[in-house]
Design a protein around this ligand. Structure first.
Ligand SMILES: [Zn+2]
Length: 462
């Protein structure tokens, strides 16, 4: 029997198909075998632990060097926090500035990231200019290793009109890529927002009224219809309402290549937080937090396969002192480090999904949909991205025990059961016993595959 560089012995290996007690053998950067009685030059005892594929977060925002949209985690601190949370790959975004060719924007974002990440990363290309010349640059930008194109239907300076969405989707479909879409009715959200401001509305309780659920459903419907017309694969980012889920379910039932993402905070935090003026500002971005009936619809959609993956939209900002020196929250949430643990604690242990579905939502499906073809699975030939997860470990979430470069956590004070204790990335032990064992720069840019080519197994439906 040939020897491995590393063997993880005796853990419960969890994948989207279920669980098996087995050893995992690593050679170089890849998984070489799954079996019993494997021997290695180095061995880790995983008795009592779950052995998972490294988690993938396909929706994060690390620091930019632009004056707006500044998030406080750098590629270094953000990927360190991710690694501590059992994440072995992220997909950040090249939010290319208007006036900049898309290829230049992708290369510029890579220059900000390269040399700083401890885990691997990819980039979505964000088309922001409603210009057909810019749209025509999409194939070249995608050829930089970015097969996913982000399109906004909301936010001034980001949102695109329907005809540009349509043409962009045609180009993306021509390259066999996928669009990732922020689906809201930007025009009416902005109008309702103006109305709220004009009425002097500074009470956070009124904030969600600018993005009514029926309107999110309308935008999701429109995005799906335009994608269908363009023949384009589409992942709708951050669905938050029963209306949106119903639209996606209809498209799926019709056999469309349409997929849906839920964000951790939309699942776990309700709109009652807007009554807390201290905490509320973190959640004053759209789509907003929703009432329980909408969250119940998201839970059901995670369980029945209508929603495909859970991401974080990690883009936290430090609190800043107000005129009285009191630290105040700003819009933006943290989550990249706590997703696996919170989904285990709040969703698996609550009986809403099983272990296999947990791994599918956090690890396998994000890798597959975002074209990280060698990640998200524990199988020979895949990257040796492996997490040892202790289902009995308990933590109380707080900035002091987490690793983002911010002064709080969105989930401050929450008690979780289950925690990633060891993170291995392409065969390197990156996190062990609460310590970082890797240097910034070990993580590489991943030239992602076309998403369609990365689908390795049939979707589990129901
Ligand atoms: Zn985002």
């Amino acid at each position: 029997m040939s020897e491995h560089d590393l063997v993880i012995r005796g853990g419960l290996v969890v994948g989207p198909e279920g669980e098996v007690r087995a050893d995992v053998g690593v050679r170089g950067e890849q998984i070489a075998s799954i079996g019993t009685g494997l021997r290695g030059r180095r061995e880790l005892d995983a008795d009592g632990l779950y052995v998972l594929p490294g988690a993938v977060d396909g929706h994060v925002h690390m620091r930019t060097d632009r004056p707006v949209d500044v998030y406080d985690d750098t590629f270094e601190t953000g990927t360190i926090a991710a690694a501590f949370g059992g994440v072995t790959a992220i997909v950040d975004q090249a939010q290319v500035e208007p006036g900049t060719p898309l290829v230049d924007g992708v290369r510029r974002r890579r220059a900000e990231a390269d040399g700083h990440c401890v885990i691997d990363y990819g980039l979505h290309v964000n088309l922001r200019e409603p210009s057909l010349d810019r749209v025509a640059e999409l194939p070249a930008a995608m050829a930089e290793g970015c097969p996913t194109v982000k399109l906004f239907m909301s936010y001034p300076a980001y949102r695109l009109p329907d005809e540009i969405l349509f043409r962009a989707m045609q180009h993306v479909a021509g390259e066999d890529g996928m669009v990732v879409v922020h689906a809201e009715n930007g025009a009416i959200v902005e109008e309702l927002s103006r109305e709220l401001r004009a009425a002097g509305g500074s009470d956070p309780v009124a904030f969600p009224s600018i993005s009514p659920p029926v309107l999110e459903g309308e935008a999701v419907h429109r995005a799906l219809a335009i994608a269908e017309l363009a023949g384009c694969r589409i992942l709708i980012f951050h669905l938050t309402t029963a209306d949106s889920v119903a639209e996606l379910r209809r498209a799926r039932a019709a056999g469309r290549p349409a997929f849906g993402e839920a964000l951790l905070h939309h699942l776990l935090i309700g709109d009652d937080v807007y009554a807390d003026p201290d905490l509320a500002p973190q959640f004053m971005g759209t789509p907003p937090l929703r009432p329980r009936e909408h969250r119940e619809a998201l839970w059901a959609a995670l369980g029945d396969g209508t929603l495909d993956l859970v991401s974080t939209d990690h883009g936290p900002r430090r609190r800043l002192p107000d005129e009285h020196g009191v630290p105040r929250h700003r819009p933006g949430t943290s989550g990249v480090e706590v997703r696996l643990a919170l989904m285990h604690s709040e969703v698996v242990l609550a009986g809403r999904i099983d272990l296999a579905r947990w791994v599918e939502l956090c690890c396998t499906a994000p890798a597959r949909l975002h074209g990280l073809a060698r990640k998200g699975r524990l199988a020979p030939g895949f990257d040796a991205d492996i997490v040892l997860f202790d289902p009995a470990a308990e933590r109380t979430l707080a900035a002091a025990v987490l690793h983002s470069d911010i002064d709080h956590s969105t989930y401050d004070g929450m008690r979780v059961r289950g925690w990633p204790v060891t993170t291995i990335a392409r065969g390197d032990i990156v996190i062990s016993s609460g310590d970082l064992r890797a240097e910034p720069g070990r993580g590489r840019f991943v030239r992602r595959e076309r998403p369609g080519h990365a689908i390795l197994a049939p979707w589990r439906s129901s």
